[in-house]
Ligand binder design. Sequence first.
Ligand code: AHR
Length: 509
Amino acid sequence: MSVRRIAGIMVAATLALGLGGPAAAQTPEATIQIDRTSPGPVIEPAIYAQFAEHLGEGIYDGVWVGPDSPIPNTSGYRTDAVEALRRLQVPVVRWPGGCFADDYDWRDGIGDPAKRPVRMNKWWGGVENNRVGTHEFMDLAEMLGAEVYLAANMGSMPPRAMAEWLEYMTEGGKTTLTEERRRNGRNKPWTVKYTGIGNESWGCGGNMRPEYQSDLHNQYATFLRGSTLRAASGEGGTSDHLVEVLMQHSGKHMDAFTLHYYTLPGDWTKKGEALGFNADAWAKTLKTAMGIEVRLDAVSRIMDKHDKDKRVALYVDEWGTWYDTPAGASALWQQNSLRDAMVAALSFNAFHRHTDRVKMANVAQMVNALQSPVLTDGPRMVLTPTYHAFDLYKPFRGATPLQAKLETPRFRTGDIELPAVEVSVARAADGSTQLALVNLDPQRPARVATNLKGDARGRVLTAAAMDAHNTFDKPQAVVPAPYAARAGAKGLVLDMPPKSIVVVSVGKP
Ligand code: AHR
């Protein structure tokens, strides 16, 4: 039996079972020993944040329909989507990109909407009419009660443009820019809690060398106005060198470094299908999703070298699945199945194990693009399994992660071997223990024995098919169901269906 420690979690590999083998009828048992003696830094609510980019039908014909639309809306935003996102208690929204951000001039999106310029959307096709600009985006953030994370242009605008955008938005005094804001309908300054200085500067943000980006970052950060937290455009999943250079030369000019991590069942030329996939693609996707922890470990190690006090946070400001876009669909549109909810749960668990650094994570993207919690089609809206994963994990916000020693059976599909069970445990402010369990095995149930003494109550998300999903005609195909388990003399034992997520509260209240 092998045992390994991953940032506070002990994972012990017991036996690898081949699918359909003689052990198929048995229920493999995993054990979890929870240790309350060394709790980690709290789970920031911002790790459940969203990302909304001007592309495809993410904004236009997505969350925004315009004030004159027959679709019920509030200040142009469709009311059903706003209500659904409010129920999710979205903590932060990152906007307006992505790649779009480094080709965006904020001045295009203020003033009389009828006079706003129409520009090419360089990265995602079509045109941008700028109907949704700064004031409209801030309306959405206010309706959601969310903090704002501006992705600001370092790739194609001077530092003065970035500085002036922040002045326009956040200053209270009388300057030419703040007076312009008032003329445009907003008297009180807004709060911009986070500002991203560029996006993917190694790629669509300017194809820069890390050394050049680092100098540029310092220059832009120097002239940024106000007290916003400054996030450096970071790493895309492979470059330790970029982390080294940015942390060494720009560490003192940033409050956060960023990481993008996408999960593809295939590669960038053939990403794979959102639906109709086989068990191999299921396993490959979950394995890749779990790889986020490898990057979190690697990036954290380099950050630790240059920032021993852990002053600089790590924001995973783009994460999620990315499949082939179906023919005829808008840019980056994809369906969302139970598999995506599993990816979300595995990602949340990984973030919980890195709360010393990871203070924000933004799923890509909020509506109608990549791993969306919300899909819309004309007047119709559907909440995806990913939405329900976010909802299940709500009790973890602000909770304190606890160490857990997990011993789990493993299962094999083709060349891929995975742990059957994955876990996160935390102590909530009300004293209860929150337990999130994932059974990755698409075939077998799992039994999980714990050293917890109380009964468990919560919810389970599962379905009969690996690609089960919600459609506009069947919006309730994958929804959470109530779940309860009683503690026995030896402790709490939880039975999990195959391919399921169980989130329960144990103990008071
Ligand atoms: O989320 C889609 C794109 O992925 C973003 O625009 C970019 O930052 C990343 O490459």
